[in-house]
Design a protein around this ligand. Structure first.
Ligand code: FE2
Length: 530
């Protein structure tokens, strides 16, 4: 047989291989090293390492040298079949000097004469086989078999370490995914805790879901108030605006409408293979649809679509359902918040009316101030959202006077320092009352500063010029005009012309000149506004 190498030389090669293995971690490099040494030492040129694939009951080729016809790494043989298969099932080494005489032999490589197969063991388990085939007759002694067994144990160790590394990497990857998912869910949890407009929350949920799940498009569909059985897109990612606008899905219609009716989530791997799919409603090939359920009621549907059939896994579907339940909580919270705020707003408005009704002098003041302020603001080119703030601030600008006694409020003259302080506290007090309502945040800011003066001599902040909120500067002019032109307990209504002169004379002092100009224009005094 392998007369070229002495046993000492063979052991030296084995040691050297063992040393190399301690520094090399990559499996294929390790196996190549072992195969190269084995073929060199035993003078064979066909040598392979196969590993046991327990799930499929086969031996799969991992690395080989000298085989051209094994079909690369695709090659596999059943456990129990052929000599290497027998070694895998019995756990014993096999040396067959002449394969033609051995019934276990399965013709594989053309021209094979001898075959040696040694099991790769890890504890009690055979995890693979080291296999050698030779086209010339091999003659191996016990020492050679022992040596091959040692090489086989090196392969086994390499294989085991590599699988450990793989497992470690896989669990690391899974851990990272879970941590990321957890972070996203925490983020969503925080969003739900914040009082944000519903559309912002829903958009954020979709954004986060997309970060984790990477779908082509996703939408949250809710019914409109007037049509409880028709879903419309309330928030979406990946759909063109005209689609978002156009989509109407009736209860029970298609996959989405079906989920809306049944309240049962669905993962459809290929929409073209299900009977209830309606083409062209939302597009996409693979679809996930989850009902948004709060307190047992289906509020809407969270729907995602993927480009190719089967692109969403079960695990993704489970995570998707979590996002759906969070969207449902957000929708319910928003509805509750809207109701609570509406009640609160109603209460405050009632209080403001009650306040004005206390005396005939201020009756209707807030409403008149609001109407005039909105006209001025419009003239100044303020946007619709800002006009809303003007309306809110106008109606509620003196809400803080709730805390001032009638005596002080209606005193004709001679306010003491304390009484003046009490009156001047009303913007701050109003801000305290309304500050709890996030949707009135901007209006509150204006209410707090509606007694500031453009020259910085007002209260409570002594703000100067453009530091005063624009809405507050508008309210200030409208408020002064209405106060001067209405009867007060301590004086009669001022003549309009005199009041105008007063306001124009205070442009740049008490009032913002731009606002005064707009005010004059609104009253039809374009000439004098210049
Ligand atoms: Fe006021």
């Amino acid at each position: 047989m392998t007369g070229k190498h002495t046993p000492e030389e063979k052991l030296a090669v084995l040691n050297e291989t063992a040393r190399a293995m301690m520094t090399e971690l990559e499996l294929s490099a390790l196996l190549d090293l072992v195969l190269e040494r084995v073929s060199l030492l035993f003078g064979v040129d066909r040598c392979a390492v196969l590993h046991v694939d327990k799930a499929h009951g086969v031996l799969r080729l991992l690395r080989s040298v000298g085989y051209d016809s094994l079909g690369g790494e695709e090659f596999s043989i059943r456990v129990g079949e052929g000599i290497s298969g027998w070694v895998a099932s019995s756990g014993l080494p096999a040396f067959v000097e002449d394969v033609k005489t051995d019934p276990r032999y399965v013709s594989g490589v053309r021209g094979a004469v001898s075959e040696v197969a040694v099991p790769l063991r890890r504890k009690d388990q055979v995890i693979g086989v080291l296999d050698i085939e030779s086209t010339s007759r091999l003659s191996l002694g016990d020492f050679d078999m022992e040596l091959l067994t040692l090489f086989a144990s090196q392969c086994a160790a390499a294989l085991y370490n590599a699988s450990l590394v793989r497992e470690l990497e896989e669990s690391q990857r899974q851990l990272e995914t879970r941590v990321r998912e957890q972070q996203v869910l925490n983020h969503v949890g925080k969003l739900l805790g914040d009082v944000l407009p519903l559309d912002d929350v829903l958009r954020e949920i979709l954004k986060l879901a997309n970060e984790v799940l990477r779908f082509r498009s996703c939408a949250i569909l809710l019914p409109e108030h007037e049509e409880r059985d028709v879903l419309r897109i309330r928030a979406a990612i990946g759909y063109p605006a005209n689609v978002v606008e156009k989509v109407r899905i009736r209860k029970g219609e298609g996959i989405t409408g079906g989920v809306f009716r049944s309240g049962i989530p669905r993962l459809v791997e290929d929409v073209t293979r299900v009977a209830d799919y309606i083409p062209g409603v939302l597009g996409g090939r693979c679809e996930m649809a989850c009902p948004l359920i709060a307190r047992g009621r289906v509020l809407g549907v969270l729907d995602a679509e993927g480009e190719s059939a089967g692109c969403f896994s079960e695990q993704q579907f489970v995570l998707f359902s979590t996002f759906a339940s969070q969207a449902a909580v957000a929708i319910r919270n928003a509805a509750m918040l809207e109701r609570t705020q509406a009640v609160y707003y109603q209460t405050i408005s009632t209080l403001a009316n009650a306040l004005e009704a206390r005396d005939r002098y201020t009756r209707g003041h807030s409403e008149r101030v609001t109407n005039l302020a909105v006209r001025i603001a419009h003239r100044l080119g303020m946007r619709d959202e800002e006009l809303d703030i003007v309306r809110q601030a106008g109606l509620l600008h003196d809400i803080g006077k709730i805390g001032i006694t009638d005596d002080v409020l209606n005193k004709a003259d001679g306010l003491s320092k304390e009484e003046r302080g009490e009156i001047e506290h009303h913007p701050q007090f109003g801000n305290n009352i309304l500050g709890q309502l996030k949707f009135l945040r901007d209006a509150c800011h204006a209410i707090l500063h509606h007694h500031e003066r453009y020259d910085g001599n007002g209260y409570p902040g002594g703000l100067l010029g453009c530091d005063i909120p624009m809405v507050a500067r508008v309210i200030a002019v409208a408020d002064a005009w209405d106060a001067m032109t209405s009867d007060r307990p301590y004086r009669e209504a001022m003549d309009e012309r005199k009041a105008l002169t007063e306001i124009v004379g205070n442009a740049g002092k008490q009032f913002d000149p731009d606002v005064v100009r707009a005010f004059m224009a609104v009253l039809g005094y374009e000439d004098r506004a210049a």
